[in-house]
Write a protein that binds this ligand. Structure first.
Ligand code: ATP
Ligand code: MG
Length: 579
């Protein structure tokens, strides 16, 4: 853990949006007052994200710069977005949909996805994004749990994945199909938008009215549907400013798909509320394409995930040389622990480090972050943002005890921030169980050092207990990643008669490296040196890839289930998985 600190210059610290003065003066009422709101105490996410800027005379600025797979490039202004989302809201209203109805969107990252998201919110309906690569079963399961009223998708997806069981979703009343033609029983969105009015009176939603349902990634088990309210926009606005340095006009790229909470909170709401120009790339990860986008579009703020960063590292520094990344001023990462190696690597390649931040679907927004003004301790996820009270606690009987500095415990948050989930759909008991002794328990293990930096240890389910030691997979994986041949690693505990559990690691190698017994010994040797014999893996297995969720998270539980011959559980979010 004792990795050299990456220090920020005084100029960097001074330029940062979140200063100590801001931190000390922070209140949620103050953050709310920076938004406009609507008469009668109403607050609507879409109004704050789009129409507010038009009212303020900034409608000509570019809201969204869409990059098509085929090379097309389409800027969309705030004015245009306001009109298109009004049209979409009118389409929903004229189909008889009402406040609180649920609109599911299953689409590639095309402009209509963003129009549908914001138009749904404008109409006071609940937006539920699904990842477009899901198969029929995961889609159906989520639409059933979420009681979908409407679905927006493309004709091919509808025919292949939905038509066969559509009638079984009793709540489903409207299917909108992208483009100009629609299969029977569906409505073509193109003509519907064209004939709808581009004026719509934004629904005067109250801050506690439901706005979004997000399904969790399914890393630890069956995905849960987390309900979020319009008031969450206060959190999105604030964290966009302080954790991501979003200010009006910033050229910002969030690589997450809106099918996951990051792609909505920070790929739609936070950037637009802060009036940035957000880049939306329709295509999936491609190293050369990504480096070209950063350069050509002069991306200033970039928010991505460890899985993508590891893919860049896998390709090596040479692949990045020759590109001009000088527009970049801030880079952040979320979704999984960011290995220290990745922070150091990015600092060398981009001239700036990735700033790790932590949150989850349930929290709706960033809670703990490395901010621009902070010196970075690679491997740490940073410190709680203003308005967020975090703690590390131990469960003791029915209650909790605060952990000491440096003691591993469960990461807990004091409820009260605006984007906290208000429910798990149909799982009230599970929701209630998250709250103990005035804290929300996150299910993640972490520790806090004497300076208030938080360090991720692992998910509570993934903790390895070996000869009285508590071992977090992250620590083991980070040590393995320091070996130049290792591209990705996952550590799990397997039963052992004497030690209780011992560590076993799965490793994917960099391109061109062949697995061998000698290499296995060498990597284990390095791990032993870094971690000590009690913590280092006893065995390392080489695999082409590691099983991951579609949002890019390593599924350790699956490796463990397979290792122990146990049922695999819910694998609805599993991406391709070759051994
Ligand atoms: P499920 O709850 O269905 O098992 P999930 O927890 O992966 O899936 P998300 O809400 O998308 O679903 O992910 C949040 C989790 O991701 C966090 O609780 C944490 O375990 C992990 N995570 C996110 N950011 C970080 C980070 N910066 N460092 C370490 N872990 C992180
Ligand atoms: Mg979770």
């Amino acid at each position: 853990m004792a990795v050299t600190t990456i220090r920020k210059t005084t100029a960097e610290k001074t330029a940062a949006t979140l200063t100590e003065t801001v931190r000390q003066g922070f209140t949620w009422e103050g953050a709310r007052a920076m938004l406009d709101g609507l008469p009668g105490g109403a607050l609507n996410i879409a109004y704050e994200a789009v129409d507010r800027h038009v009212v303020a005379g900034k409608g000509g600025e570019t809201a969204l710069l869409w990059l098509g797979k085929d090379g097309r490039r389409r800027p969309i202004s705030y004015d245009e977005l306001a009109r298109q989302t009004a049209r979409f809201a009118n389409v929903l209203a004229s189909a008889g949909l009402r406040r609180g109805d649920r609109v599911f969107v299953l689409s590639d990252r095309v402009p209509e996805l963003y129009i549908a998201a914001l138009g749904t919110l404008k109409a006071g309906l609940v937006f539920t994004p699904l990842f477009s690569a899901f198969g029929p079963d995961p889609i159906r399961m989520r639409m059933e749990i979420g009681e979908a009223t409407a679905l927006v998708t493309d004709a091919g997806t509808y025919r292949r994945k939905i038509a066969a069981w559509r009638d079984r979703i009793a709540s489903l009343r409207l299917v909108l199909i992208l483009g100009d033609e629609a299969p029977e029983g569906c409505v073509a969105l193109g003509p519907a938008l064209a004939s709808a009015s581009d004026r719509f009176e934004v629904a005067p939603t109250q801050p506690e009215d439901p706005a979004l349902i997000h399904f969790t990634s399914g890393t630890t088990g069956q995905p849960k549907g987390a309900v979020h309210v319009h008031g969450a926009v206060v959190m999105h606005a604030e964290t966009g400013r302080y954790a991501l340095e979003l200010t009006p006009g910033t050229r910002y790229w969030c690589t997450a798909d809106p099918g996951w909470v990051t792609g909505t909170s920070y790929g739609i709401i936070a950037p637009l509320v802060n009036r940035v120009t957000m880049i939306v790339d329709e295509a999936d990860f491609d190293l050369e394409r990504w480096y070209s986008i950063l350069q050509r579009e002069k991306v200033e703020v970039w928010y991505t995930a460890p899985t993508a960063i590891r893919m860049m590292m896998r390709a090596g520094k040479a692949a990045a040389t020759g590109h001009d990344f000088s527009a970049l001023r801030f880079m952040a990462s979320v979704g999984e622990p960011l290995n220290p190696e990745a922070v150091v690597w990015s600092n060398e390649v981009f001239g700036r480090p990735f700033h790790d931040n932590w949150w989850q679907t349930e929290t709706g927004g960033i809670m703990i972050a490395n901010t621009r003004a902070m010196d970075i301790r690679p491997g740490s996820m940073g410190r709680p943002l203003p308005g967020v009270e975090a703690g590390i606690v131990q469960r003791e009987g029915e209650g909790l005890r605060a952990s000491r500095d440096g003691e591993i415990g469960e990461l807990a948050l004091r409820p009260g921030w605006p984007s906290m989930m208000r429910a798990y759909l149909h799982e009230e008991a599970r929701y209630k169980k998250c709250f103990v002794g005035g804290w929300y328990l996150t299910g993640d293990l972490a520790l806090r050092d004497a300076d208030g930096y938080y360090w991720f240890v692992g998910r509570a389910d993934d903790l390895i207990k070996s000869s009285g030691h508590l071992i977090g997979p992250f620590e083991v994986e980070s040590a393995l990643l320091e070996h130049p041949a290792v591209a990705e690693a996952a550590a799990i505990g397997i039963p052992d008669e004497t030690a209780g559990e011992v560590v076993k690691a799965y490793v994917a190698l960099k391109p061109g490296v062949e697995p061998s017994e000698e290499l296995e010994r060498e990597i284990r040797g390095l791990a032993r040196k870094k971690l000590g014999p009690a913590v280092a893996p006893r065995a390392i297995v080489f695999r082409k890839t590691l099983p991951k969720t579609r949002s890019g998270k390593i599924m350790r539980r699956l490796l463990k289930a397979r290792e122990l011959g146990l049922p695999e559980g819910d694998i609805s979010t599993l991406e391709s998985d070759e051994t």
